[in-house]
Design a protein around this ligand. Structure first.
Ligand code: MTE
Length: 304
């Protein structure tokens, strides 16, 4: 499956003026150049991208959580190849103007893919820096037309035990599900990732389309999504269903609120080696300037 970028911009379209006039088209343009193997700037840096050194492809694709394929960190890389990701459709429903089944191809044709280099912090206190390719979730929700009463967005991963052996066990009540408040879902940092390092996102990372919410613990970033529902009720979320005392609905990265069984004050950057010094965890995973306002007035020790 070739990576699908919306834009067919050529080199001449990607002039410095266009960078200013249309930052997002530029992203898509440079992405298309990479996909086509044309030499040029790899990807323009997004304002939202960190300048930290990204983890390697091998680290990002061999150390995963994807319980549909087992609970070990190397299980997803070993077993996720069994998942058929084409054809793929996403059912968008609930409080939207245009409910229906959207094919992955139709979604990609309508979306603008750009690179976002984000910190990624798992609730287990390991972290990575990942150069995702993806589009803003807001663009997809706007395409479906969000109705005025909608307050939350619910997401589900596909159920296909023939291909996802972990679904024959009760590690998690399947389907894996997650949810966001509508304003979190519409925030420009929230993306649907479809690639890593300019390549199609590998199955173990959530092909063909997975959520990435960089200021929340990694388990909110649900993989291989087949259903998106706009609703006025707080949706069910898998880890919150399993152990609500340990995993809140919000699950914003917060060094001041410890997990009941371990500290969240610091983290281990994957790839640094076992002897590497832990690094301090940042409030909202370092995205406080962008997102703290979403939680103004909330007690984050209660709404954890
Ligand atoms: N999505 C599904 N469907 N199933 C899962 O088990 N694990 C979550 C999240 N999304 C998970 C999932 C957890 S706990 C984390 S930390 C991230 O995916 C891991 O993403 P990565 O493997 O791409 O680093």
């Amino acid at each position: 499956m070739a990576h699908r970028f919306k834009s067919d911009l050529t080199w001449s379209d990607v002039t410095p003026e266009n960078v200013f006039l249309n930052r997002r088209a530029f992203m898509a343009g440079s992405a298309a150049m990479v996909a086509g193997g044309i030499a040029g700037p790899a990807f323009a840096a997004s304002n939202y991208s960190t300048k930290e050194e990204p983890n390697t492809w091998d680290e990002i694709t061999n150390y995963n959580n994807f319980y549909e394929f087992g609970t070990g960190k190397s299980d997803p890389a070993e077993y996720a190849g069994a998942l058929t990701t084409s054809p793929w459709k996403v059912e968008i429903g609930g409080m939207v103007d245009k409910p229906g089944d959207y094919s992955f191809e139709d979604i990609m044709a309508a979306m603008t893919v750009e690179e976002r280099i984000y910190r990624f912090r798992c609730v287990e206190a390991w972290s990575m820096v990942i150069p995702w390719n993806g589009f803003e979730l807001a663009d997809l929700l706007n395409m479906a037309g969000v109705q005025s009463g909608a307050k939350y967005v619910a997401f589900e991963t596909l159920v296909r035990p023939e291909e996802m052996w972990g679904q024959k066990r009760n590690f998690v009540p399947w389907p894996y599900r997650e949810g966001l408040r509508l304003d979190e879902a519409m925030h420009p940092l929230t993306i649907m990732a479809t690639g890593i390092y300019g390549k199609d996102i590998p199955n173990q990372n959530g092909a063909p389309m997975r959520l990435v919410v960089p200021w929340k613990y990694g388990f909110k970033s649900i993989k291989s999504i087949v259903k998106i529902t706009l609703t006025d009720k707080q949706p069910e979320a898998s880890w919150n269903m399993i152990q609500p005392r340990e995993y809140g609905f919000y699950s914003n990265v917060n060094p001041e609120v410890d997990h009941p069984r371990w500290s969240q004050a610091s983290e281990r950057r994957v790839g640094g080696g076992l002897l590497a010094k832990r690094i301090p965890t940042q409030m909202f995973n370092g995205y406080a300037d962008e997102v703290a306002g979403l939680y103004e007035g909330m007690d984050l020790t209660k709404n954890f």
